[in-house]
Design a protein around this ligand. Structure first.
Ligand code: UDP
Ligand code: MG
Length: 319
């Protein structure tokens, strides 16, 4: 099979028939063998009935129905598990992404040898408010810096193409769909490309992601990924190092306090109370914090030793 198209959706009943017809037209024109996997993420409207209706006349359409709304990442995860095509395309269900981009995305994977090609919504003037576009710019700049994938302008574009191996070897969870290129890079798929794509205003319904909290969560997710990537397998290296450093500082400060006191007593200079010495407080905090960090590193190490993932490495080939 050439292509699997995965479409996560939450309450998108109006868009589905048009989206399906459009994808079908593009596929037939290009003679691709394909499947379309609709992942219904707990919609409360008639989306699932619409999918069942489409499925009746189109055996290449498949559906997964969640019992409740889990989010876009879990929906993508289940689609990825089921996908059989050599190239896997993800797109949103709201008709904002154009199926006309599929042939070129596929060509970039198959002929240009990319592992992952991300869409880049260049003309997103219409529809999206400033309160969405400015944070998006900031978000992408940070994601580029942290992930080290400098050629991507638009991490969060729903339209992406993958080599099948990629989606079978990454685990999208929580709200990590925003960072799939980073997940792929961490798994060793480094040929990541970008293609400018057409992007339209939402035709029906409204955006399912609103408000500022998604940026806060987005940054926290990015931080987790960065940490997992850098120290996930060796937490002691970071916590233990900082902990030891702080503890040493604290120890030095203790020495200063002690030596100072003894010196004063020995020479008869009126000695001040240890608690009046600022070094006393430095010593106290540093030693407590240092010990805590050290323990955190040790606990992290114990947890990672117990994890089933501890020896999960990406093996590309064996002969
Ligand atoms: N979506 C989903 N589960 C959710 C929220 C959204 O499957 O909990 C789907 C939604 O139906 C759409 C895609 O994810 O197909 C992108 O959502 P949306 O268009 O609302 O996001 P935006 O384009 O505003 O970033
Ligand atoms: Mg959308």
């Amino acid at each position: 099979m050439d292509i699997s198209v995965i479409i996560p959706l939450f309450n998108e009943e109006e868009s589905l028939p048009e989206l399906h017809a459009w994808i079908k037209r593009v596929m037939d024109e290009n003679g691709f063998s394909y499947e379309i996997i609709f992942v219904n993420d707990g919609s409360t409207d008639r989306s699932w009935n619409v999918i069942e209706d489409i499925r009746k006349e189109n055996p290449e359409v498949k559906g997964i129905k969640f019992r409740r709304n889990y989010g876009k990442s879990p929906a993508l995860y289940c689609g990825f598990e089921r996908a059989e095509g050599d190239v896997v395309i993800t797109m949103d269900a709201d008709l904002q992404d154009s199926p006309d981009e599929i042939p070129e995305l596929r060509r970039m994977i198959v002929e240009d040898g990319f592992d992952l090609v991300s869409g880049f919504k260049m003309n997103r003037k219409q529809g999206d408010p400033l309160s969405k576009t400015i944070p998006t710019k900031l978000f992408n700049a940070t994601a580029r810096a942290v992930s080290g994938i400098h050629n991507l302008h638009d991490f969060n574009c729903g339209l992406k193409a993958y080599r099948r191996e990629v989606v079978k070897n990454i685990e999208v969870y929580g709200e990590m769909h925003r960072y799939i290129p980073y997940l792929a890079k961490n798994a060793g798929f480094t040929r990541i490309g970008e293609k400018p794509v057409h992007h339209q205003a939402r035709k029906f319904g409204k955006s399912k992601f609103m408000g500022w909290n998604r940026f806060v969560n987005g940054y926290l997710d990015l931080l987790s990924l960065w940490f997992l990537d850098s120290f996930g397998l060796k937490p002691m290296h970071v916590f233990g190092f900082i902990g030891t450093l702080m503890f040493m500082f604290g120890f030095l400060a203790t020495m200063m306090v002690g030596v100072n006191k003894i010196y004063c007593l020995a020479t008869g200079i009126p000695a001040r109370l240890v608690t009046d010495n600022p070094y006393f407080y430095i010593a106290l905090t540093m030693m407590i914090l240092g010990t805590q960090l050290f323990v955190a590193g040790f606990l992290g190490e114990l947890i990672s030793r117990n994890s089933t993932e501890r020896n999960k490495y990406q093996i590309e080939k064996e002969i």
